[in-house]
Design a protein around this ligand. Sequence first.
Ligand SMILES: [Zn+2]
Length: 338
Amino acid sequence: MKNKLIVIIIILLLLYMIPTLSLSYFENTFSSSEEGPIDIAESIDSIITTDESEIRYIEVYHINSNKVLKLEIEEYIMGVVAAEMPAQFELDALKAQAITARTYLLYKLKKTNTNPEQHTQAPICSGTHCQVYLTKEELIQKFTQTWYDTYWPKIESAVNSTKGQILTYEGKLIEPLFHSTSGGRTENSEDVFTSAAPYLRSVESPYEANSPKLTATITIPIIEFITKLKGSLGENDINATNLKDKISLIEVSEGGKIKTMQIGETIITGRDFRTLYNLNSSNFKLVQNNENIEIITTGYGHGVGMSQYGANGMAIEGFNYRDILKHYYTGIEIMQYN
Ligand SMILES: [Zn+2]
């Protein structure tokens, strides 16, 4: 009788836990930016393996080969810097990227350790889901052997000279979001994602003139533009004549991106509009010509955290990687992680 009771209690507990577990999995899968900073806990060490010579390894799920690679941490960071930032950039911009890559790795390891369902193969993957990592062979294939011979020593230097350095806010690891080009001002995290991180504040990004993505224009035939609106929003009353009156702006973010707009009866976010027309950013304006709609975008990417072209521009102006990181991540510290 007593045993039966225990079994029933266990079953009830399991039933209670199942929805809880699946809910937390869901939240963490879709809201990587919604969590606050996390502790640099010893738990990270349990997923970083160390050999006799004190070299630290991590496991990376390599998407292209569908294999788990065991990589030395700093070697992994090099493959991320090479994949995520043009190697032609200034050394201090590459150093800043190296520190964001290292910080993200630890952030992710810690997070995955508390939510092991997130990544089944390994705590971190080689794709955009985490941060892009390319192997030596992939880099040569993508950029050529000459590129590798020219720039790999520079990437090694950026990573080795900042070895172990990470970003913290009030003693906790930050989620170091970055993007290509802000278009003049970065975004508050809550204007793009859902939660406000104190270190992801809107700041000026004045040195982006060299970015090829600072502005871009795409031209779409009006009929095609309207067909898309009808198909995705069900706004069937829109036509070429009333189009201008049917679209209006509701709210713009501090960084200049469109937060919400009204199209016919529908309120749509700038992000969703960006996705709909595959735009560089949600900082855009629409110009209607005779037959076409021009969509003119400013910046490239979500606009939160460090602007990579802005970082390179700062480095050209003589700012070092510390200046760059402290500019784009408000109130952070650059710490040594051993
Ligand atoms: Zn991943």
